[in-house]
Design a protein around this ligand. Sequence first.
Ligand code: NAD
Length: 301
Amino acid sequence: ATGLIAFLGLGHMGGPMAANLIKAGHEVVGYDPVPAAVEAAVAHGIPMADTAADAVRGAAVVLTMLPSGKHVLDAYRGVGGPGLLSVAPPDTLFLDCSTINVDEAREAASLAVAAGHRSVDAPVSGGVVGAEAGTLTFMVGALPGDFETVKPILELMGKRIVHCGDHGAGQAAKVCNNMILGVSMIAVAEAFVLGEKLGLTHQALFDVASNASGQCWALTTNCPVPGPVPTSPANRDYQPGFAGALMAKDLRLAVNALESTGVAAEMGPLASRIYDAFAAGEGAARDFSGIITDIREKSQS
Ligand code: NAD
C-alpha cells in the first residue's frame, strides 16, 4: 500500500534488508554505485536502477542504508548534480536507516522538509545476522504520522520498532545505547583480566557477576572469554559479531554528540580512544569483545 521503495545502499546490511522487503511482496528498486553490491542484489532478486535518480523518480519512500552521514547528506543534496531531494516526487518519505551523527540526522530532516518531503531516521541494531533474519531493532525518530507510515515497512525487516521521538531521536537513542555498550565491554574485559591476575577462574567470576550487580549484556551475551557463554564471539576466536571498526565508529558519533551538547563525560571519550586504537589494527575486523586480548597483552609484566 506504501508504493515503490527506492533502496539506496545494498551493502552488508542493506542487501539482506532489501531482500526481506522483496520477499514480503513489496515493490523495490535498488541503487548502489559498487558493482559487487549490484551483483549480490540482483542475485537476491532485487531490481536495480542504473542511477540513484532513476531509482528515486517514481518512489514513495527513499530508504538509505549508507556508510556515514556525509554519504546521506551528499546524496540528499547532490554532488555535482541534482540531489535526491530535488529528483523525488513531492511529499516523498525519506527514511534513513544508516547510523549517523544526531546533528547530521536533524540536518537531513530539515533539508528534506524544506524540499517538501517527509523525513524519518531509523538506525538499527542487530547486525548482519539480524538483517538477514528480519529481526532488527529499529530506533525511530519521526513525526507521529510518519511513524505510522514507516512502521509496517520496518516490521518486514525487524521485530522491534521503537518510536523514540521526533527527527534525530532514533540516532540519539542508538548513540546513547552504544556508548553504554562500549564502556561496559571495556569494564567487563578489564574485570576478567583482573580476575585472572587474582587467580579467579573465568567461570567463577561469571557465575558471581552474571547473577549480581555486575550483570550486563557485555558479560551475559557477548562474554569476552570463551566458556561461560558458548555462543559469544570469544568461543570462535573473536570473529564478529559486532566488529571493532563499527564500535569505533559508533563511539566517535557518541563523542560528537557529547561535544555538541556539552556533557561532562569522561567514560565515553575514553572508550572512544580505546576502540580507535583497537580498530587501527587487526581489531577492526574482530569482534569488539576482542579488546580483552589487548588488555591482557598490556598487562604482562
Ligand atoms: P556497507 O559499507 O557494507 O554498505 C554501504 C553501501 O552503501 C555500500 O554498498 C556502498 O557502495 C553504498 N553506497 C555508498 N554511497 C552510496 C550512494 N550515494 N547511493 C547508494 N549507495 C551508496 O555498510 P553496512 O555494514 O551495510 O552498514 C550500513 C550502515 O548501517 C552504516 O551506517 C553502519 O554503521 C550501520 N550499521 C551496520 C551494522 C553492521 O553490523 N554492519 C549494524 C548496525 C548498523
